[in-house]
Design a protein around this ligand. Sequence first.
Ligand code: GCU
Length: 328
Amino acid sequence: MKKIKKILMLISTCALLACNKDSDVVEIRMGHNMTEQMTVHKAMVYMQNRLDKLSDGKIKLKIYPNSQLGNSNETLTMVQQDIIQMTSISAANLENFAPEMSLFSYPYIFEDSAHYWGFLDGEFGKKILQSASHQNMTGLIFFDAGSRSFYLKQNSVESPADIAGRKIRVMGSYTAKKMIELLGGSPQSIPFGELYSALQQGVVDGAENNPASFYETRHYEVCKYFSLDEHTRVPDLLVVNSKFWATLSKENREIIQQAASEAGLFQRELWAENDKSYMKKLRELGVIITYPDKDAFFQAVKPMLDNVSNDSVNFYLKKIEEIRYLEK
Ligand code: GCU
């Protein structure tokens, strides 16, 4: 991996030199931690083709899937340093850079997918995309990452008592850790790509994710219980290095934004189609799927919703609540 990083740094310097010479061709390198079967990767391939068409082959997108360049945090650092220019990443991983990104790790704030997209597609979604710009990372679009639920090796999760004392993997989010603690569990932050062996070796007793990720990572081979408590909806974002973005011509920025927005809509459609089929596949594989009553979970995590210290997060939580029933 270090070798790839060195090569990329060299290419990066050459690309910069090319940019300075006003070269017509813009090369964007992006890395992500999803498999090639997953919707985000398919959307990136879609974006690559759209960029090619819209720019007459002058904007080239090179995609490195499957954590080839490192885990989420490592890839994010590469974007910050302009070693690569783009990544798709969970909002949870951006929480340390912009408190606004923690918003999505607050449990049970969205009623359903329509409520979630009603908020993300509105004026506040646009602001949130910009909230890590001062850290050199600008969001171009949100990707659907569905809703996250618990899966455990030993038991299904019908109430918080089933989480009590269990080691549960979460993303690198302080807010997600807080939620697990309130449910009585012990949160462990482990990179996505290392989770399969962590589950297998018993480093953790379970994790939480959307059905697509649970299926594609084959975590079902180790965890036979998937309990759809749907605690959070944490979107992924397509993030670009802000300085690189500023060096582009207005026309190129518009082309890239258009291709990204189209790719985002494409991903959203794919996600909706796939979600049901993933559940079917999981059932066929013998996974025990349960639908716990969400109320006991909500009551247990309510203190974190009642005591939000960050003003922006509080503001957005109120806005989310205000539009709760408007999307129906
Ligand atoms: C989802 C999400 C990813 C994230 C992963 C995780 O798959 O789309 O961006 O990295 O969960 O739990 O780490």
